[in-house]
Design a protein. Structure first.
Length: 257
């Protein structure tokens, strides 16, 4: 029997006018619940993770799923910002880090977020980056000079941990090691348009591969298939695909040019 998630949607306007859309399972009637803020990856927005809300109360969590900028309901990047992103300008990451800090500050100051417990096993905030969403979460920690002291002093005591969930090498800022010869869905020469690249990526990233030798940490054991017969995206209805999948966000902001 499927679990129906309960949550509400809201939009937070940051001090610089940028708006961030998010879904929220809501505050719990406990004094030590943990607020888990999740930043999604490439192509699939926060709505694709909405089933997580169904488990919030069971695990004493308030789950907040953000839509990154250039994804549904959140402010799109300007052409100037996209140009900064393309050349790898530090000011782009600085703004991303500050905007993330402001988002956390809102929950600490205005949402009654419980403090971290003495044993650091409950309360506070856990920030989670999924896949390329780690480029956003790590921007928060990249340069302490970027975060104003009052914001830092508000957020720091509540930020219990940072979770890097399946980050790609690009989000961590280093080239792949031994993986270049493997299949890259974003660089398939048969895909000549952004739409083809995006559709190809969706099939690949939602496939279920059999990797025979991942324990060694070597790329030699990874599958080079384009996709598998079983894919998560094939289980979604057309309505779910329309809600969860965003070509413009993926191809304009996440795919290397």
């Amino acid at each position: 029997m499927s679990t129906s998630p309960q949550y509400f949607e809201d939009t937070l306007k940051l001090p610089d006018g940028v708006e961030i859309r998010y879904t929220d399972s809501g505050a719990l009637n406990t004094s030590d619940y943990t607020t888990m803020i999740v930043i999604h990856g490439t192509g699939f927005n926060g709505y694709a993770l909405a089933q997580l809300h169904a488990y919030a109360q069971k695990y004493n969590l308030r789950i907040v799923l953000c839509n990154r900028r250039h994804y549904h309901g959140s402010t799109k990047y300007s052409e100037e910002e996209l140009a900064e992103l393309t050349v790898g300008s530090k000011c782009f990451q600085d703004k991303l880090g500050l905007q993330t800090a402001w988002f956390l500050e809102h929950f600490v100051k205005n949402e009654g977020t419980p403090k971290v417990t003495a044993d650091r096993r409950a309360g506070g905030v856990i920030l989670v980056g999924w896949s390329f969403g780690n480029a956003t979460t790590l921007a928060l920690l990249a340069d302490p000079e970027v975060i104003p002291q009052p914001v830092y002093e508000t957020v720091e005591p509540y930020l219990r941990s940072l979770v890097l969930y399946d980050p790609p090498n690009l989000a961590l800022g280093y080239p792949g090691t031994g993986i270049e010869e493997k299949y890259n869905p974003l660089a398939d020469p048969s895909c000549t348009t952004p739409t083809q690249v995006f559709e190809n990526f969706q099939k690949w990233v939602s496939s279920y591969f059999q990797h025979p030798d991942v324990a060694s940490g070597l790329a030699s054991g990874l599958s080079s298939e384009k996709c598998t017969d079983k894919k998560t995206i094939d289980r979604w209805t057309p309505e779910e695909k329309a809600k969860f999948c965003e070509e413009d966000g993926a191809t304009r902001t996440d795919v290397p040019s």
